[in-house]
Design a protein around this ligand. Structure first.
Ligand code: NDP
Length: 293
């Protein structure tokens, strides 16, 4: 059986599965988070840019769990990159979440058009780590060239790179690079949500191969995809606002896919990204300001 927790490269234990809240409306966030924590999740992935950190914090408090029982992950948006701006962005996120420390704080995107600023943002994360305000730091959507430069010019190896990974897009060479440096691959859109909500023609949830495998275990395609991530050693952060799906997506610890099934799922990779090209994100087109706490 795959483990429920993963040890990051700095020794911090992280629950492998978390609840994602991208596109979760503010009025649905508190209940989704509280429901997830009720059914056993102990990890929530949000972001300053999602505009729902306040409601995530409220959901955690509503659960009645102690702060140290929940792994809280959030992301710094590009408009807050730069050393001082990123230190202040921590205060904004922690203030909205209502916590004094974060478990994992990551840079949401590389900013190739202002990479020095990206590096300064990461140096601020290093400072927050050194001061105990965050337990682990990392990045998201970094491609090999961004990771190479980050590793050369900063001191702390990121614990995670959160990237698009689902059966139709696996980024295998990037995942290999992560493994070489002890960086955990954390899969966003892990059940291929982006293949449907972006109007894709081929929805992962309807994939005949995934449905065939799912039928063998009395599981759903989503559960098979999450099991695949766990058995391949990745973290995954599926999003849902529906209680039945929140529970379904966590009910993945009682079956094991075979090596042949894992290979069959790997063979579904099309090599085609559904999300934006990381390099296409600039301050000009995506630089909205993040409000104060
Ligand atoms: P997911 O792969 O988690 O899929 C979510 C979509 O699938 C939603 O439309 C949801 O709808 C639906 N869904 C959820 N569970 C099921 C199920 N069991 N069966 C059928 N449909 C289901 O996609 P996301 O893009 O939301 O990614 C997950 C998380 O990753 C985000 O919430 C966010 O935290 C993170 N992320 C990070 C990015 C980054 O740039 N770093 C980019 C994108 C995502 P419903 O809610 O109605 O159930």
């Amino acid at each position: 059986m795959a483990k429920h927790t993963i040890t990051l490269n700095n020794g911090v234990e992280m629950p492998a599965l978390g609840l994602g809240v991208f596109q979760t409306p503010t009025d649905a966030t508190t209940s989704a988070v509280a429901e997830a924590l009720r059914v056993g999740y102990r990890h929530v992935d949000t972001a300053a840019a999602y505009g729902n950190e306040r409601e995530v914090g409220e959901g955690i408090r509503r659960s009645g769990l102690d702060r140290d029982e929940v792994f809280v992950e959030t992301k710094i948006w590009i408009s807050d990159y730069g050393y001082d701006a990123t230190l202040h962005a921590f205060d904004k996120s922690a203030g909205k979440l209502g916590v004094d420390h974060l478990d994992l704080l990551i840079l949401h995107q590389p900013l190739p058009t202002a990479f020095e600023r990206t590096l300064d943002a990461y140096r601020a994360l290093e400072e927050l780590l050194a001061n105990g305000r965050v337990r682990a730091i990392g990045v998201s959507n970094f491609m090999p060239e961004h990771l190479d430069r980050l590793l050369q010019e900063t001191s702390v190896v990121p614990t995670v790179n959160q990237i698009e990974v689902h059966p139709y897009f696996r980024q295998t060479s990037l995942q290999r690079l992560h493994a070489q440096h002890g960086i955990l691959t954390q899969a966003w859109s892990p059940i291929g949500g982006i293949t449907s909500y972006r109007g894709g023609e081929k929805r992962s949830f309807d994939d005949p191969m995934l449905l065939d495998i799912a039928g063998r275990y009395g599981k759903s395609a989503a559960q098979v995809m999450l099991r695949w991530h766990l058995q391949e050693g990745r973290s995954a952060i599926p999003k849902s606002i529906r209680p039945e799906r929140i529970a379904e997506n966590f009910d993945v610890f009682d079956f094991d896919l075979t090596a042949d099934e894992l290979s069959a799922i790997n063979a579904l990779d099309t090599g085609v990204r559904s999300g934006p090209q990381p390099a296409a994100i600039t301050l000009d087109n995506y630089g909205m300001a993040i409000p104060e706490a």
